[in-house]
Design a protein. Structure first.
Length: 479
């Protein structure tokens, strides 16, 4: 009889304890593992954290309030939280070569909010206090306070447009950043699909933003952050790089020199759960000048820190400092290139004709489909992707003309470049066999589609057959 692994014991025991109180939660946790094991996950922003990362979150560190920073808390009894936060921040500084790391943000959106307010505090509020001879905002007269509020609310931000791959938090109206800042965008060159630095420089010179944001959710190429910093310096902007998507490639030294944001950006924000393969959360790295303002993230915009998640961040960052993580990051990039080549060799059109990070953007217009139709047809065939706008998208942000695919999750499962070609073949077969459907009234529809169910069933089987050779959480056997 084979021995039961410690991970299996841990998960079985946890599920039994949870199930004794609310069996529906234990059942949902179990079913989620089954679903994740069976799906061919190409969502570029998702990954699978290690069992050590997951287990670090499920404990009584969650019970503690610890507003403030290590050694400077608004609550007593925070010695262990201090220890954990210092450990995670130390790992982050070492891993990324940052002056300062703030590991409290609960998510990527929160990390960006902390960063924006830190920049406003440093560049707008601090000089206003100095002018008024005040130490604290509470010391300002009503008149000075009102003037400062007006100033804080009238600053400018320049970020990448959504259809070029930017993120809602980079100054777009549905997010609070778009309500806080006057915003303009930059984009890509229509001929190459690459970021147009010359046009960006022009816009920056004319618009003179307080904050220049670089970073993306759906741009398949490297960004030259040395050039970005040069542009920011020329117009007196603070350079903020949101590396939420590609932090793992920075940690794993795939993106180095001009393509590593940390030495160039004044402030770098990230999530910890995408390519970095940690728990769901965020982080802010910054140059020393911004450290004090960044550390005021809680209570400025954040609630009390999640000590259990900071513990998991410390574990994930320790993992990312191991040599094996560099192999992983390189494999993520190699796999993305293999997937791109596999699709292009079969006739697919990719935005920018390829990738040099972890993601590709397929223009499914080349298959006569909208992103919505392609996403659904692939899902029917056991392949999980998400639709995404492409530059100058004729179908807008809801139906879109693109499919975003990424390799971080499949690489964690152990799939390599040979398997990426198989995945590309399956995707191409589904996309080239899908036809746009019609509405009930018989007019063309951007959502419905026609796909032979025998074909989608066969592709699903082939996808799960492929995955069977690369078990997810093989150390966990739920019986
Ligand atoms: N920034 C970028 C570039 C992202 O792609 C995302 C998430 O997709 C975020 C921020 C927000 O992260 P979260 O969902 O953790 O708030």
């Amino acid at each position: 009889m084979s021995a039961v692994s410690p991970e299996t014991q841990a998960v079985r025991s946890a599920l039994s304890v949870i199930g004794s109180v609310e069996p529906a939660v234990a059942a949902a946790i179990t079913d989620e593992l089954t679903a994740q094991r069976e799906s061919l996950k190409l969502i570029a922003s998702e990954n699978y954290a290690s069992m050590a990362v997951l287990l670090a979150m499920g404990n009584w560190l969650s019970d503690k309030y610890a507003e403030g920073t290590p050694g400077h808390r608004f609550y007593a009894g925070c010695a262990q939280v201090d220890r954990i936060e210092e450990l995670a921040a130390g790992h982050a500084r070492e891993l990324f070569g940052a002056d300062h790391a703030y590991v409290q943000p609960h998510s990527g959106i929160d990390a960006n909010l902390v960063a924006y307010w830190a920049i406003l505090a440093h560049r707008i509020e601090a000089p206003a206090l100095e002018r008024a001879g005040a130490k604290h905002v509470n010391d300002l007269t009503e008149q000075d306070w009102e003037q400062l509020r007006q100033e804080l609310g009238s600053q400018r931000m320049l970020g990448m447009s959504l259809d070029a791959g930017g993120h809602l938090t980079h100054g777009f109206r549905p997010n609070i950043s778009g309500k806080m800042f006057h915003q303009r965008t930059y984009g890509t060159d229509p001929a190459t699909g690459l970021l147009d630095y010359a046009a960006l420089r022009e816009t920056a010179r004319e618009f003179r933003p307080l904050i220049l944001v670089a970073g993306y959710s759906a741009y398949p190429r490297r960004i030259n952050f040395a050039t970005m910093r040069e542009i920011a310096d020329e117009v007196g902007a603070t350079l903020l790089v949101d590396m939420a998507h590609f932090a793992g490639l920075v940690a794993g030294k795939v993106l180095t020199g001009d393509f590593d944001p940390v030495p160039h950006a004044h402030v770098t924000t990230t999530t910890t759960h995408k390519t970095l393969r940690g728990p769901r959360g965020g982080m802010v790295l910054c140059q020393q000048e911004y450290a004090e303002a960044v550390d005021r993230g809680c209570p400025m915009v954040l609630g009390g820190p999640l000590a259990h998640v900071m513990a998991a961040k410390a574990v994930a960052l320790a993992e990312a400092r191991q040599p094996a993580f560099r192999d992983y990051a390189q494999q993520v990039a190699d796999n993305a290139q293999a997937l791109a080549a596999g699709l292009m060799n079969r006739g697919a059109r990719l935005v920018s004709n390829g990738t040099d990070n972890h993601l590709c953007l397929v223009d499914v217009g080349s298959y006569g489909l909208t992103g919505r139709q392609a996403e659904s047809a692939l899902l029917d065939s056991g392949i999980v992707t998400n639709r995404n706008a492409i530059p100058r998208d004729p179908n807008g942000a809801w139906y879109t003309s693109g499919i975003r695919i990424g390799t971080p999750a499949l690489t964690t499962r152990g799939l390599g470049t040979a398997e990426m070609d198989v995945v590309a073949g399956l995707m191409h077969e589904v996309l080239s066999s899908t036809r746009p459907g019609t509405t009930k009234a018989g007019t063309p529809s951007k959502a419905s589609y026609e796909l032979d169910s025998a074909l989608s069933g066969r592709v699903s089987k082939e996808a799960s057959g492929l995955l069977a050779g690369f078990p997810l959480y093989p150390e966990v056997d739920l019986g």
